[in-house]
Every structure is written in structure tokens, then in C-alpha cells.
Design a binder for this molecule. Structure first.
Ligand code: ARG
Length: 585
């Protein structure tokens, strides 16, 4: 089924062709949501844009379009307003039919894409032996939501974790490991370094202090690159240790990812440079091999090159990304590659995208997208830190959210004199705490920085996860209270819309497809959050205005169906954000 908006666009296109000829088949009807619900639900502004071209007044053009416009199944008679807007008001009977149809569909009428693509989402991507920080948390949450939405639409999604598991720092880490944990290298499972971040810091300190250590570390880098067994073994131990720590976070957040770290692309790096050489794009600059780029200058205003091989012969982050890109094009057959990182890396992405394009590695139908996001700030508006000024460990952050959610629920139970099992409380605290963190992140336009506030994200009112979860719980409460089985409301149960709040809710329920289509294109999950927030709000207004269990038939069944549809829409939408719902809280 096509969304209402899409159907109206098609009808408007047909009218444009009928009125002005086939060359108008590509003219955008400029269909937008009505600026004021008094005038209808949608308005088409195309008449204003055609005035010059057709040499006529927009109002005249509008009436010529309306003469050819057949939307009688969907809308009341179109009206022309102001300088030449075409106002469209959706018919109640149409809304009822649509709702009665999607109600029977497990996908709520959201079609799968007719053109499935291989979409690769590169997200999370922390670095071995380093802190997985709030930036990686954002990447993880946003990337997961994007992947979920694309998967739901029926795309073939590859979720890749481009872990930073290679580089010269491993020389230092391996040398230090051999020094302080020699037994770990000879005995199976003997390594338990504990906190890898502390380990990293200590190794760095050793490295900075001791010339001899530096020399050994350099040799370890060479051995690592040459694949010396003992060095590789130490490297694997370090990766394994980090991986375990990352996995704890992924389990808490319910994230699925395939690890394909930087080291995976080692065998392809020299070929990248060789092939760039063949294209004639490579230039030598102070011993380094690089590609000069359009639009990038250094501070002195001189052209800035992208280095793909350093003067010592080593490769870097950009070389690896070029190799990974080629692999994703040639081996994975990706049609769209999406990279989710902080906006600090925007230059890196536009630079190596440009190199790949210049080298003509990017097939025609393929899209490269960097999905940048802003910073997470503390309540003081500065970089997010613990009270003592350290970086916040993600586990601590998530634990804190869960424990605060727990305090909230315990307080609520006490206030209401309710008794619940320990299991219930733990489950609610976990879901609410994690949802709050995810939702707070996703509900922001990702390009802006946001202030991390436990109080705000856990609030029961406002654009928060608890508010949304609570709306869902409300719908389930109705079914419990009335002993209603939403899945079995009778074969002739029908939605009938009479009250304003019902109509408003109904229209909103039918807009999910449009919203998902937008998110699929611009990769801004906050649009889905806005949609769900409004849905909860419209549902609450409906619920305040329209008695459900106490009303007479046929309104009672119809309203129960509206509750059920709202619940299923909330559940689906939240699920696409990586948030699980609760039956009670
Ligand atoms: N490991 C990098 C970091 O922590 C992110 C990698 C992003 N993905 C990529 N293909 N460059 O900043």
C-alpha cells in the first residue's frame, strides 16, 4: 500500500500532465502538510512555482490543476486558497478504510521497498585497548537504529564494526604485555589485564620514559606486520580482551554487529596504493605518497593532500578506509555505504570519498554517506566528564542510568502502595534506564551536540523514553482492565471515527510510512522520535476525551481498535529505535 501522501502526489502528477502536457510529469507537486489544520491536511504549492513558466496567475493554474484532479476517493472537494494553494482535506471514510486495512497487517501497512539494496552500515567501531567512549556510544545507538529501519524496509543490511585493531600503538602494548604478563603468553587463558585503559596508560608511560623500550616496541611493530607468531599471539590476546569488554556493552544495549576490524584489510593496502599509482593520481610529497584534493587547504592556504603511504612505507587510517571501501564495493556488492562517526571526522570522509571518486572506483548507482553527529556534553555544557574530571566509562554510565531508573520506580511503587517482585523491578529499571539513554540520543537532531542529563532523559513527561513507554503501558492497561484480547475483537469489528481527537490520532497513525521513508533517505532517526512523541501525545488527548471501556457499541470496539493500533505503532516505532516496550511499569 502506498502512503496517503504518495497517492496524492501521484494524483497531482496525473493532473499536471492532463492540464499542461507530458513534459510536466517530473514537476514536483510540492505537497506538504497543511500549515493550519483548519485548511485541511495537506496543501500542494505547485501552482505558485509554475506561474512564471506558464505565464499565468497561480490561482488560475491551481484551478486548472483542480479541474483535472481526481482525488474523490481520498479527499473532500479540493479548495483553492490564498495566492494559489490547493488545500486537501482527507475524508473520514478514507481514514477509516485505511485503518481497518492496516489493522489486519502485521507490518501495519508499511510496505517493503520495491528496490532492495545492499546497505552497509559502518558503526560503533571502537579501538582496541582504548576507551569505548560516549562518541562510540552515539555511533552505536544511531547506527543500530538506522540499520533497524533499513532492515525493516527489506534492505539487505550489513552491520560492520570497523574496530581499530591495528597500528603502531600495538608495538608499545605488546612490548609492555610481554614485560608485565609474560605468563599470559605461554599459558592459555591466563590473561586478565583487568582495565585495558589503565594498561594502555601504563604502557604509554613506560614507552615515554624508556628509550630502550621504544626500540623494542618499534621492533614489535615490524614483527607484527611480518606476522611473527609470538607477536601475533600477544596482539590477539589484547584484541580478545577488548572484545570481551565491548561485548558487555553490546549485550546491555542489545546490539548486533559483525566485527571486521582495520587489520582485516591489511592484505589489500599495497594494492590500493598500486592502483592509485596507475590512475596517475598519486604524487610524492616529502617522501610520502599522496593524492591532492579539490577544496582542501592547509592553514597556510596551500593545497592539502591525503597521504596514503607514509615516507617510512607505512599505511594509515585513510589507506585502510580506501581498502575497506573497495572491499565493500567489490566483495560485499554494497549499493550504499553509511559511516556513522562524530563530525570531527567529516574531513577524513570527504577526503577519501573524493579520492575514490577520482580513481573511478565508485559505480554509478552507489552512494557513500557520512552520517556525522555532534558531541555529548555534561550539564555544565563542557565535554562530558566524571566529577573527578575523568572520561566516563560507558559501563558506569549505563549502570547509573539503570540505577536511577530503579530509584524512580521504587519511589513510584512506594507512593502508590504497590508491591512488585524483585524480578519485575529489575526488568523495568533495565529497560527504562537503557531506553532513556538511547532515546535521549536519538531524539536530538544528530548533528547537534546535546547535554547529557539523567534527570531529563528519565522524566515521565516530555519527549523522553519513559513518556513513550508509559503511553504504551496505558494501552495495555486498558486491555487488562477490560479483559480485552486485542487480537480478537470479532470479525466485524470496525474503526469508526467521530470525535476530533479520534480523527487527529487516526491521521497520525497513517503517517508512519512517510516518516520512515524520510529517515531512510536522510538518516535522521530524530524524525521517528518526533513522530512517536506526537503519537503518544495524540493518543493521550484521545484517551482523555473519549471513554473507551465505558462507551457504547460500536464506538467501544472502534476505540479499542484505535488503542491497539496505537500500541502496535508505538511498539514497532520504538523497536526501530532499539527500544523494547513494557507491558507494565
Ligand atoms: N575507530 C574509529 C574511531 O574510534 C572509527 C572508525 C569509523 N569507521 C571508519 N570506516 N573509519 O574514531
Amino acid at each position: 500500500m502506498n502512503s496517503t501522501q504518495q497517492q496524492l502526489k501521484n494524483k497531482l502528477s496525473q493532473a499536471l500532465i492532463a492540464a499542461f502536457g507530458a513534459e510536466y510529469s517530473y514537476t514536483d507537486p510540492i505537497l506538504v502538510n497543511a500549515s493550519n489544520p483548519k485548511f485541511g491536511d495537506y496543501q500542494a504549492n505547485v501552482a505558485l512555482s509554475l506561474s512564471k513558466k506558464l505565464g499565468k496567475q497561480p490561482r488560475i493554474i491551481a484551478s486548472e490543476i483542480v479541474d483535472k484532479l481526481d482525488v474523490s476517493e481520498i479527499c473532500e472537494t479540493p479548495e483553492i486558497a490564498g495566492p494559489g494553494f490547493i488545500n486537501l482535506k482527507i475524508k473520514t471514510s478514507y481514514l477509516e478504510n485505511q485503518l481497518n486495512t492496516i489493522q489486519q497487517d502485521a507490518r501495519l501497512g508499511i510496505p517493503k521497498t520495491p528496490t532492495p539494496k545492499k546497505q552497509i552500515v559502518d558503526f560503533s567501531s571502537p579501538n582496541i585497548a582504548k576507551e569505548m567512549h560516549v562518541g562510540h556510544l552515539r555511533s552505536t545507538i544511531i547506527g543500530d537504529s538506522i540499520a533497524r529501519i533499513l532492515e525493516f524496509r527489506g534492505h539487505d543490511v550489513l552491520r560492520l564494526n570497523h574496530v581499530g585493531d591495528w597500528g603502531t600503538q600495538f608495538g608499545m602494548l605488546i612490548t609492555y604485555l610481554k614485560e608485565v604478563y609474560p605468563q599470559a603468553l605461554t599459558t592459555a587463558n591466563a590473561l586478565d589485564i583487568g582495565d585495558l585503559v589503565t594498561f594502555y596508560r601504563q604502557a604509554k608511560q613506560r614507552f615515554d620514559e624508556d628509550k630502550n623500550f621504544q626500540e623494542i616496541a618499534r621492533q614489535e611493530v615490524v614483527k607484527l606486520q611480518a606476522g611473527a607468531p609470538d607477536t601475533i599471539h600477544a596482539w590477539k590476546l589484547l584484541c580478545e580482551q577488548s572484545r570481551k569488554e565491548f561485548q558487555i556493552i553490546y549485550d546491555i544495549l542489545d546490539i548486533k554487529l559483525i566485527e571486521r576490524g582495520e587489520s582485516f584489510y591489511n592484505p589489500y593496502l599495497s594494492k590500493v596504493v598500486e592502483d592509485l599509482e596507475k590512475t596517475g593520481l598519486l604524487e610524492e610529497n616529502q617522501g610520502a605518497k599522496c593524492v591532492f584534493l579539490d577544496g582542501f587547504k592547509n592553514r597556510e592556504g596551500e593545497p592539502l593532500p591525503l597521504i596514503v603511504q607514509k615516507s617510512d612505507g607505512g599505511y594509515n587510517y585513510a589507506t585502510t578506509d580506501l581498502a575497506a571501501l573497495r572491499y565493500r564495493i567489490l566483495q560485499d556488492n554494497g549499493n550504499r555505504i553509511i559511516y556513522v562517526t562524530d563530525e570531527g571526522q567529516s574531513n577524513h570522509f570527504s577526503q577519501f570519498f573524493q579520492v575514490a571518486k577520482k580513481a573511478q572506483w565508485i559505480p554509478e548507482n552507489m552512494e557513500l554517506v557520512h552520517v556525522p553527529f555532534g558531541l555529548v556534553l555534561g550539564e555544565d555544557g563542557k565535554k562530558f566528564k566524571t566529577r573527578s574530571g575523568d572520561t566516563v566509562r560507558l559501563r558506569d554510565l549505563l549502570d547509573e542510568a539503570i540505577s536511577r531508573a530503579r530509584q524512580d520506580i521504587e519511589k513510584r511503587l512506594q507512593d502508590d502502595g504497590r508491591i512488585e517482585s524483585e524480578e519485575f523491578i529489575t526488568n523495568v529499571a533495565e529497560i527504562v534506564g537503557i531506553s532513556a539513554v538511547k532515546y535521549a540520543d536519538l531524539s536530538q537532531n544528530r548533528t547537534s551536540s546535546y547535554i547529557f542529563s539523567y534527570d531529563k532523559m528519565l522524566a515521565l513527561k516530555g519527549n523522553t523514553a519513559p513518556y513513550m513507554l508509559y503511553a504504551y503501558v496505558r494501552t495495555q492497561g486498558i486491555s487488562r482492565e477490560g479483559n480485552i484480547d486485542f487480537t480478537n475483537l470479532g470479525t466485524d469489528a470496525k474503526i469508526l471515527l467521530t470525535e476530533d481527537t479520534e480523527l487527529t490520532l487516526a491521521k497520525h497513525l497513517l503517517q508512519l510510512d512517510e516518516v520512515l521513508t524520510e529517515v531512510e533517505q536522510d538518516l535522521l532517526p530524530n524524525r521517528l522520535c518526533d513522530y512517536l512523541y506526537q503519537l503518544s501525545d495524540k493518543f493521550n488527548k484521545f484517551y482523555e476525551n473519549c471513554p473507551v471501556l465505558k462507551s457504547e457499541e460500536p464506538a467501544r470496539t472502534s476505540r479499542l481498535m484505535l488503542c491497539d493500533l496505537t500500541a502496535r505503532t508505538l511498539k514497532l516505532g520504538l523497536n526501530l529505535l532499539g527500544i523494547r516496550v513494557l507491558e507494565r511499569m
